[in-house]
Design a protein around this ligand. Sequence first.
Ligand code: B12
Length: 206
Amino acid sequence: MSITDIRQAVLTGDAEGAADLARAELEAGTAPAVIMNDALISAMDEAGARMATGELFIPEVLVASEAMRAAMDVITPHLELEATGGRGTVVIGAVEGDVHDIGKSLVALMLDGAGFTVHDLGVDVATPAFVAAAKEHDADVVAMSSLMVTTMPKMKVVIDALREAGIEAKPIVGGAPITKAFADEIGAAGYAPDAGGAVRLVRDLL
Ligand code: B12
């Protein structure tokens, strides 16, 4: 039983094994954040690298991400969420055309755990849906996720649409290909590289 075994279970798409091993690792006293970063997120990075070289195909990456989800469900209740005493409402989603769900859900979960009210719109969220939800929930922050260079430009479209609709919610962006420079360029109010950073960012913005 080790971090390596959990990582391997995720990579091979063994959801039950990944969840059981994660549970055992927690019981052995390993910090949940270590399991999350060194086993789960690291496994997805490896899956991405193997996907890029053609060593793994979409169905295999999909079962790997389902195994990650199963292990994440075990870990997340134990994550030491920053007690920021966060107040405020966040609308979050992956932009149109993007179905990558895991990172966005992790950000939503951490924000929720930190005390913010979170409305998760899911993935492949059309621009009007971001605008409507921001209006409906009187959001303080609209958080957008994109994992692909092809969907990144949608973030600016959403930011422009929010402005046009006269919505004052602060737009923030994140996802593997997103940088601070890109966030500045499209007029986002902020960017964070990971879920912990997203919590600090939202707290600082409000
Ligand atoms: C899992 C996965 C899939 C799964 C998704 C399953 C699911 N339910 O999510 C499936 C198999 C469906 C998939 C499909 C595709 N994928 Co894919 N996928 C991945 C993979 C391997 C892992 C992503 C992941 O879950 N990472 C783990 C999470 C925890 O990390 P994260 O998402 O980056 O999120 C963290 C931060 O970025 C940040 N964050 C995320 N969102 C936000 C938002 C805010 C506001 C903030 C502040 C922070 C923040 O915090 C998170 C937590 O720390 C990546 C490789 C990679 N290394 O990213 C490729 C990858 C993203 N996919 C890629 C591609 C090309 C595709 C496909 C086009 C493949 C195809 N030919 O069909 C399709 C497109 C589907 C679509 N329309 O969206 C490319 C994108 C290339 C690019 N840069 O444009 C990558 C990089 C793989 C590669 N190396 O080629 N994929």
